[in-house]
Design a protein around this ligand. Structure first.
Ligand SMILES: Cc1cc2nc3c(=O)[nH]c(=O)nc-3n(C[C@H](O)[C@H](O)[C@H](O)COP(=O)(O)O)c2cc1C
Length: 373
């Protein structure tokens, strides 16, 4: 195995577009770690479906429109942001950079980008908050005890996070076969820094004859009642991440969540579920035109962002690309990635005759319907 190159202090000349960070990442991340990051679960059918869906979806250019006052400003949760691109919660970033999430946060601050810090970050949420810009959300995994869940919420509030993102699609998760095959193990110094002070819950013992799934891993999984309880524990707006079914979307909306993230966890949770982009139009239809809806899974370019916005998303989140850019050139790399993505989106908007995000709609899309859902 070749030793990975440490993060550079400058942008390498080979990076000409956002997706180039994915192409260069294997030189900067040791192959077991890369398998863990890049891989999807099981046969990686959903991982591939995410990309196929973007490839099937094409942008229809329009001619001669006046673009001179164009911009990418985005209104979301009562605020106006410079652009609709967020950094998705990605755990264990010290796997690819010694400073991990602190560097990503610096890049977010420098580019007016909202950062979503993971419960499983390898740096403490308070330290990440110090580096991040004003827009920072905290991604919450419901903990085995209510005490630990509430403590995380209060810490996030104290540290100035402006929204909570509750991820609900990974109560049980198939491991990445790609990572298992190369013997990936998390290095001992890459820890779940936010959880380090909570008591380790006793291991779940499954009675003989009982299911390792239902009576095992799922025993502590949150339910609708837990979510209702959680909504009462915070003054922050709560978004739910991992929504794929329109009925879940409308039920969550009725409960009072502030927004939804249509996501299949980048193909890392359950294999064989549809691409996020494929289910997005139905979810938009279910929740109505004005309800905040974000999307992730499979975005690799500004034109992918345009496609997601055209099919109903208000904003998007970037997962793996942010880790690749972090590995290649630290905060500089992530900031450069965000600049490239934003410019690629602007080019697409200009070609499609959309001076504002609100002008982007389904009539700018040409879609080969290989699958329907
Ligand atoms: C290495 C890795 C770690 C992740 N950790 C988390 C996490 O802690 N919480 C979470 O909600 N999502 C997590 N995700 C999922 C991302 O937030 C996002 O949904 C996904 O990466 C989007 O797909 P993309 O990588 O194709 O952009 C993780 C993804 C990766 C690749």
């Amino acid at each position: 195995m070749n030793k990975p190159h440490p993060p550079l202090q400058q942008i390498p000349r080979e990076i000409l577009c956002a997706a180039d960070y994915e192409r260069l990442a294997p030189h900067f991340i040791a192959s077991p770690g890369l398998a863990y990051i890049a891989g999807g679960c099981a046969d990686e059918v959903t991982l591939a479906a995410n990309r196929q869906s973007f490839a099937r979806t094409q942008v229809l250019p329009r001619l001669l429109r006046d673009m001179h006052d164009g911009h990418t400003r985005c209104d979301l949760l009562g605020r106006t942001w410079a652009h609709p691109i967020l950094l998705a919660p990605v755990a264990y970033q010290r796997l690819v950079h010694p400073l991990g999430e602190l560097e990503t946060a610096r890049a977010a601050a420098a580019t007016d980008t909202c950062l979503v810090t993971s419960t499983l970050a390898s740096q403490k949420l308070e330290d990440v908050a110090q580096m991040a810009g004003a827009e920072r959300w905290f991604q919450l995994y419901v903990q085995p005890t209510q005490t630990a869940t509430v403590d995380l919420i209060k810490r996030a509030e104290m540290a100035g996070y402006t929204a909570l993102v509750v991820t609900l699609d990974t109560a049980i998760k198939l491991p990445s076969r790609r990572a298992q095959e190369v013997g990936f193990a998390m290095p001992p110094d890459v820890i779940e820094a936010n959880l380090a002070d909570y008591p380790v819950p006793p291991p779940i013992v499954v009675e003989p004859g009982a299911s390792r799934v239902f009576q095992g891993a799922m025993r502590q999984a949150p339910t609708w009642n837990d979510l209702a309880w959680l909504l009462g524990q915070t003054r922050l707006p709560v978004l739910v991440k991992g929504v794929l079914h329109p009925d879940d979307a409308t039920r969550l909306q009725a409960m009072g969540v502030a927004g939804l993230i249509v996501s299949n966890h980048g193909g890392r949770s359950l294999d064989g579920v549809p691409a996020s982009l494929d289910v997005l139009p139905r979810i938009r239809q279910a929740v109505g035109a004005d309800f905040p809806l974000l999307l992730d899974s499979g975005i690799r370019s500004g034109s992918d962002i345009f496609k997601a916005l055209a099919l109903g998303a208000d904003a998007v989140l970037i997962g793996r690309l942010q880790v690749y850019a972090l590995a290649v050139a630290g905060a500089l790399g992530v900031a450069h990635l965000l600049k490239l993505l934003r410019e690629e989106l602007e080019v697409c908007m200009a070609q499609a005759g959309c001076a504002r995000l609100a002008d982007i709609g389904p009539d700018m899309i040409y879609r080969h319907e290989a699958t329907s859902c």
